[in-house]
Write a protein that binds this ligand. Structure first.
Ligand code: F6P
Length: 457
């Protein structure tokens, strides 16, 4: 069988480095099963950064990482990746900026990846590139003579051409994606966005089908491959954390018997936290009987702190939490507990298990694995209820959650009230239905279906 070479900006080396988010969990899970190599950034900067990668073998996986020069990293990561592509792909033109020198840094980092990776690729390898940081990598590897099959999976949304066009270099990036053998997205909607982009760039030169694009005598596979979670691992972890984890015990003790509404998100404007705080305030305003009876805990570890839009959202949330607490708190009750703190994954699954209501209301999200993890972490005998934004990719699958428009704060407040009061029989029914979906669209299905499609292309 062909060796898998996974490539992403961050890598997650068990026992050495932790990379946040679904990408790391998904890629690690694929490599644990299939073996192979994971190539990416070491997390370190070196100004004389050479191209020689450092390697380490763990759990049957080879990890190969390179340092990046700090002068390039800042405009690459804080600039083009997270102040250009991220807002563009999440439909936030207000947070979008374009700076040609940042695009140059993006291309330079992708070239550094390609130069360091190409010599490590062996005959018969399959290369799987992940996410928006590395869109041109496939094309750059081809220019260096790499003939392996190369696929790309985008973990974030893909916007419609009408939005994509605000990026001056959008056509170059669409052309780069068309150099892969297979391009995968989280949902059908993202796939439609990409098809609209290919049509916009190539017009009649491209013939676009539901799973293939024919272009200049080449075939490019396209498809939706929704990423999943390892249901059994999370269920086990959550059960153990609920029994044994000191942090979970402290969280429960602090509730003093109140019902818990819980949100767990990276601090990012796409997560809809400002709107969520406002909806919770509307809930308290409209339901005086809940005052002193519920606690909303929002865990929001800091992220991308050097990008201006992230600093702004942080200020807005501090003000919103202070405002609600100032108005409603009592000597023995804090309505909102807002923590910019990270916790180990196992502890977080214990927190999710203890929540009566999981509040997952991004204003735009490629998938959102917290929603899936919330479901997997519940006690099936007495599960909590999930309030989920219809703007998250996971809403396409978790149709038995209470689906809301995160901008409609009265509707979100109503859904929160309905979730808090939901009878046990209904909670069980919804939970069982969502668990069925999670078991079918599992994490192994994600990587197996992507890899087998790539082998066919
Ligand atoms: O796809 C989104 C993503 O790149 C995931 O890896 C993860 O959820 C998150 O963003 C991590 O962001 P960063 O690497 O900027 O901390």
């Amino acid at each position: 069988m062909s060796r898998l070479v996974a490539v992403s900006n961050r890598v997650c080396i068990p026992g050495y480095s932790i990379a946040p988010g679904g990408l790391a969990v998904g890629v690690l899970s694929a490599l644990r099963q299939l073996g192979g190599m994971w190539f990416g950034w070491s997390g370190n900067h070196r100004d004389d950064a050479g191209v020689e990668p450092e390697t380490i073998d763990k759990e049957g996986i080879r990890f190969a990482t390179i340092d990046l020069p700090s002068a390039r990293f800042e405009p690459f990561y804080n600039g083009f990746c997270n102040a250009t592509l991220w807002p563009l792909h999440h439909y936030f033109p207000g947070a979008f900026r374009y700076d040609a020198s940042e695009f140059e840094a993006y291309m330079a980092v992708n070239r550094a990846f390609a130069n360091a990776l190409a010599p490590l690729i062996q005959d018969g390898d399959t290369v799987w590139v992940h996410d928006y940081h590395l869109i041109p990598l496939g094309s750059l590897l081809r220019q260096l003579g790499v003939r392996a099959r190369i696929g790309h999976f985008l973990h974030i949304p893909y916007p419609n051409i009408a939005v994509l066009r605000i990026l001056p270099v959008y056509a170059e990036l669409v052309r780069d994606l068309c150099q892969y053998d297979l391009v995968g997205f989280q949902t059908e909607e993202d796939l439609e966005g990409f098809s609209s982009a290919v049509k916009g760039v190539f017009r009649d030169e491209a013939s676009i089908g539901s799973d293939r694009i024919e272009l200049a005598g080449r075939r490019i596979g396209i498809g939706a491959f929704p990423i999943g979670v390892d249901v059994d691992v999370i269920a086990r972890q959550a059960g153990a954390a609920a029994r044994e984890d000191e942090q979970v015990r402290r969280l429960v003790a602090g509730l003093l018997g109140r019902k818990l509404l819980l949100g767990v998100d990276r601090l990012d404007y796409s997560k809809g936290l400002v709107e969520r705080f406002a909806s919770y305030r509307t809930l308290l305003e409209s339901s005086p009987e809940l005052l002193g009876k519920v606690s909303y805990i929002q865990i929001a570890p800091l992220s991308r702190i050097n990008v201006a839009a992230y600093a702004e959202i942080r200020d807005a949330l501090e003000r919103a939490a202070g405002h609600t607490n100032g108005q409603y708190a009592d000597t023995d009750w804090t309505p909102v507990r807002y923590l910019n703190k990270d916790f180990p994954h196992a502890t977080l699954s214990g927190f999710l298990r203890m929540a009566n209501v999981g509040v997952v209301t991004p204003v735009r999200d490629g998938m959102n694995l917290v929603a899936k993890e919330f479901v997997a972490a519940q006690d099936p005998e007495d599960p909590g209820a999930l309030v989920l934004s219809s703007m998250a990719g996971s809403a396409r699958e978790l149709t038995d959650a209470l689906l809301v428009n995160p901008y409609d704060r009265r509707a979100v407040a109503l859904a929160l009230r309905q979730a808090l009061a939901m009878p046990l029989a209904e909670r069980r029914m919804r939970h069982e239905a969502m668990m069925k979906v999670l078991r079918v669209n599992s994490i192994s299905r994600w990587y197996k279906s992507f890899m087998s499609r790539l082998a066919e292309e």
